[in-house]
Design a binder for this molecule. Structure first.
Ligand code: GRF
Length: 221
């Protein structure tokens, strides 16, 4: 039987990415085990999802702590007590302090609903739709001290249309989030991720064809 990596998932909200990870583990497609779900929000629907699947969860409210470090220290203690191998931020709406980042070097993943480095930070889908981009997508990356700025592990591209709203674009992106997050975690579980500076190489991964995409289609040239 394959070794399963121990995951600690940080959430703040709906937890649909958490759900996709749970489902892929239950289907036997992802060699992981969620040791704990940590939420900074006691109202997060992600907590209901964890409970339904008998996954332990802990609520750690940032407002209960005097400093960001104290809040992070509590999360570090919980994660270390369970010997978590990889921290997965899944819609976790807090910035991590250097204390947390240094406790799990290149062991914290985040997902962002845009093609980084475009549209980092909040409301990425709305900003992309309002900007009139022709493509958008999502990115899984390692967390660092910046906002959505660490080494990129995998990205997915989706088309964007002139009549997209924040909602239609976000839904199209979210579908791909649910695929690439599990894929990134599985790469990690298989020991295939090599970080060289800010670049990531996935060992044994096929090179995608050099096929350009155009939106709208180029028909005359
Ligand atoms: C996702 O769009 C994710 O990219 C962003 O926050 C959203 C979380 O959604 N960081 P969910 O809680 O996983 O449903």
């Amino acid at each position: 039987m394959k070794q399963k990596i121990k995951l600690g998932v940080l959430v703040s909200g709906s937890g649909s990415n958490l759900q996709a990870i749970i489902d892929n583990i239950e289907k036997g497609l992802l060699d992981g085990e969620i040791k704990v779900v940590i939420s900074n929000n006691d109202d997060a629907y992600a907590l209901v999802r964890a409970k339904k699947h008998n996954i332990p969860s802990v609520i750690i409210k940032h407002s209960d702590f005097k400093s960001r470090e104290d809040f992070d220290r509590r999360m570090i203690d919980v994660l270390n007590s369970l010997s978590v191998d990889l921290v997965v931020m899944a819609g976790f709406m807090r910035l991590l302090t250097p204390l947390f980042l240094n406790s799990f070097p290149m062991k914290i993943m985040n997902i962002h609903p845009a093609i980084l480095p475009a549209f980092p930070g909040i409301h990425a889908q709305k900003r992309a739709a309002d900007y009139g981009v022709r493509f958008s997508g999502c990115t899984v990356h390692f967390a660092d001290e910046g906002v959505d700025s660490g080494p990129i592990i995998i990205q997915a591209i989706v088309p964007a249309y002139h009549d997209d709203t924040e909602e239609t674009l976000a839904a199209r992106i979210l579908k791909e989030e649910h695929r690439i997050y599990s894929q990134a975690i599985q790469f990690y579980a298989e020991g295939r991720i090599e970080v060289i500076g800010r670049k990531v190489r996935i060992k044994g991964s096929d090179r995608i064809p050099e096929t350009p995409l155009h939106n709208p289609p180029v028909t005359a040239f």
